[in-house]
Write a protein that binds this ligand. Structure first.
Ligand code: NIG
Ligand code: FE
Length: 413
């Protein structure tokens, strides 16, 4: 039995992102904004967008919006580490008292601290912690969330994280995308033998992940404190042969990962706070998405990645939260994107593209991120009459309703 055709509207403005380029600068004037718009939905997908008065005659059910409303696609957060236990407020405090992220990591804090806390959390507890963070995301309008493992760092514990992510994906019909980040750092168990650890992931862990359908993406932290460019290249090359999509934590503190991501045809390179002009040029003509993570800059008190320069060079620029307990504890994508936009001088169109269809590209998803016929009906409704109000409030303005596959997820209050 096919679901009823329903219309949602009228929207004072519907910002569709139809026809906009995946790469390079965008002016606000390029946005398709339909006034007095309606959106026809059936079976969780968008069937038509257009003039409300015309479309309202063609449906079985009308869901009328109250007051002036602006509609945009649901946000897509392409980079998070929300499957973790514990807090790293002591690291945060120590950093603000003068210690660096890398110094803290070297003395056994940092990622390793979260690994220990995540390892002792049992499945149900860690599942609930992750689900609660996913609910916070959804309430804020994030309808698709990528989630990495990487706080297990042995096979049993990485599988625990990925099975939790898979269960959440099944319960929420696919709005959480898993990535294996077993290569986050060399665990104490393999101290001094990073190649052996990477080898064990390739030969023992990734085959199980494939067999159980736990993840189709593999990530690595390419950095002095984690894995070198050479080690990362060898790992990524083999992971690609096993059929995994690639993504890289690169150029956060020192350059190298960015160019490697381009060379290995990775879906994205994420961070880029300390990238080079050569890498910016390379990303400008590459299909590897440049994912910038303002939440990590805010959490670490570092400069933002050069998103203006990346856009001007022609790169595909995506903005993600990096929500994790260490470098990016805030987790509020819209707030971070708005603040970085103001600092980097990005247009509304560039910021909003960075958390919608350009974010979908980072995850190689082509069924979402724009409000066009055939797309998944994931969208946010804001109680304002001009879309520019959204970034102006720098994250303080929350969606009045969040729609996931054509159904309301959360209402105010
Ligand atoms: O993306 N840089 C490496 N990984 C995370 C931080 C993880 C942590 O500190 O727990 C990041 O910033
Ligand atoms: Fe990260």
């Amino acid at each position: 039995m096919s679901e009823q055709r329903k219309i949602v509207g009228p929207f004072h403005q519907l910002v569709t992102f139809r026809g906009l380029s995946l790469r390079g600068p965008l002016r606000n004037e390029q946005l398709e904004i339909i006034s007095n718009a309606g959106m026809i939905i059936q079976g969780g997908h968008i069937q038509e967008v257009g003039d409300y008065e015309k479309l309202v005659k063609e449906v079985d059910q009308v869901i009328e919006l109250e007051g002036p409303c602006v509609g945009l696609p649901g946000w897509i957060d392409s980079h998070t580490h929300i499957c973790f236990a514990g807090s790293r407020h002591l690291d945060y405090s120590a950093r603000n008292s003068g210690d660096s992220y890398l110094e803290i990591a070297e003395r056994g804090g940092g990622i390793w601290d979260t690994v220990q806390k995540t390892r002792i959390a049992d499945f149900e507890h860690l599942y609930k912690l992750t689900r609660d963070r996913l609910d916070i995301q959804l309430k804020c309008g994030v309808t698709t969330v990528e989630c990495k493992s990487g706080y297990g760092l042995n096979h049993e514990q990485e599988l625990k994280q990925l099975r939790i992510i898979k269960r959440l994906g099944e319960e929420r019909s696919g709005d959480i995308i898993a990535t294996c980040l077993a290569a986050h750092m060399t665990p104490r168990d393999f101290e001094g033998k990073p190649e052996d650890y990477l080898d064990s992931i390739l030969t023992e862990l990734l085959p199980v992940i494939s067999k159980e359908g736990l993840a189709q993406r593999v990530d690595i932290f390419t950095e002095k404190s984690a894995f070198s460019v050479e080690q990362s290249r060898a790992y990524l090359t083999e992971a690609a042969k096993l059929g995994f999509q690639l993504t890289v934590h690169g150029d956060q503190f020192s350059p190298g990962g960015g160019l490697l991501a381009v060379e290995t045809n990775a879906s994205s390179v994420d961070h880029l706070e300390n990238t080079t002009s050569e890498t910016i040029r390379a990303l400008g003509s590459s299909n590897t998405v440049a994912t910038v993570l303002p939440g990590a800059s805010l959490g670490l008190g570092m400069k933002f990645a050069p998103s203006r320069q990346l856009l001007d060079a022609g790169a595909i620029v995506n903005i993600a939260s990096d929500w994790n307990p260490g470098s990016a504890p805030m987790g509020d994508l819209l707030t971070q994107a708005a603040i970085m936009g103001a600092s980097e001088k990005l247009t509304d169109a560039e910021v909003l593209a960075g958390i919608t269809f350009r974010a979908a590209a980072a995850l190689r998803l082509n069924d979402r991120g724009r409000l066009i016929q055939g797309s998944v009906a994931d969208f946010n409704v804001f109680n304002v009459d001009d879309y520019r109000e959204i970034l102006y409030h720098q994250g303080q303005l929350k969606p009045q309703t969040v729609w996931k596959k054509g159904q309301i997820f959360g209402k105010d209050g």
